[in-house]
Write a protein that binds this ligand. Structure first.
Ligand code: ADP
Length: 273
């Protein structure tokens, strides 16, 4: 028997303890760097609408207030900047809650077809203004029920359809296709708009990443929408995939589990008398 064995044991224990501690320190450092970067990003994003609103208010105070036309225009623009600021702060809070894992998912059975129809109704005005047609296709005879967090899936659909409108051409189309597979539902949002260059495609789900910063801001974008979408779908153990061709358009796809229709067995369809 070797006499160094107990010593080696102690050595090994110390080594593995040191390794674990080093890993811990690395993680802490990485988190601190991530936080610093996040705060720098946020500050930059907050400054844009704040500076804009400040600019309009100061110009008004410097005399522009006396000209009614200018006053109305500047007040509208200041209000628009403040709305962007509000949206940004709300998205930040949502994303922060998601990333820190405090967000709870409330699962319920619901009809995805109805949910998409609700989202479309909400976005119809926006589409009309941009002269983009919304088309929704699904199979009439199929079941489109899922078990998921309804509000959060609403948010996912709203964001993707809203992008398909925002980043489309005049006279373009946002096409939503809902398909029932054996165990899941496939939701596809397709547009024939400007498309996304290949080098940007893998980064669009990162917070604050935008293909064209100024253009996206102008369209009221916060650059956080797709990051939120990704988190919500990850929470549902689902993934989002995207393919795109510049000048032709983009296709975003995700799936949700198929749930037994509430109106089948044990839950007879209510009859009206
Ligand atoms: P935003 O609030 O700026 O729209 P998102 O996180 O929703 O942010 O999207 C990130 C970026 O990805 C957008 O700024 C835009 O450049 C690009 N993008 C998203 N959806 C589309 C689309 N359907 N067509 C073209 N570009 C898109």
């Amino acid at each position: 028997k070797s006499s160094i064995s107990p010593l080696r044991k102690i050595n090994d224990t110390i080594n593995s303890y040191a390794q674990a501690k080093n890993k811990e320190i690395e993680t802490l450092q990485r988190n601190a760097a991530f936080r610093r970067e996040f705060i720098a990003d946020i500050s930059h994003e907050l400054k844009t609408p704040i500076f804009a609103a400040q600019g309009y208010v100061h110009t008004l105070m410097d005399g522009a207030v006396d000209d009614q036309k200018v006053r109305d225009k500047f007040l509208k623009r200041a209000a628009k900047s403040l709305n962007s600021l509000d949206k940004l702060v709300q998205d930040l809070l949502t994303l922060n809650q998601m990333e820190s894992g405090v967000v709870k998912f409330h699962y319920e059975v619901f009809d995805v077809r109805e949910l998409i129809q609700e989202v479309i109704e909400q976005l119809e005005n926006k589409a009309e203004k941009r002269n983009v047609a919304i088309r929704f296709t699904f199979d009439e005879d199929k079941n489109h029920w899922t078990k998921a967090d309804k509000d959060k899936i609403y948010r996912v659909c709203q964001n993707l359809i809203s992008n398909a409108i925002k980043y489309n051409h005049e006279g373009g189309e946002a096409h939503i296709n809902l398909k029932t597979k054996k165990n899941h539902l496939n939701i596809e949002i397709r547009d024939n708009g400007q498309g996304i260059p290949a080098e940007d495609l893998k980064r669009i789900f990162e917070r604050f990443y935008r293909v064209e910063k100024s253009r996206s801001r102008e369209k009221g974008g916060t650059g956080l929408g797709l990051a939120i979408v990704k988190h919500i779908l990850e929470g549902h153990k689902s993934k989002i995939s995207v393919s795109s061709t510049v000048g032709k358009g983009s296709i975003f796809t995700f799936s949700l589990p198929l749930a037994k229709n509430k109106l089948t067995k044990g839950n007879p369809k209510p009859t009206t008398t």
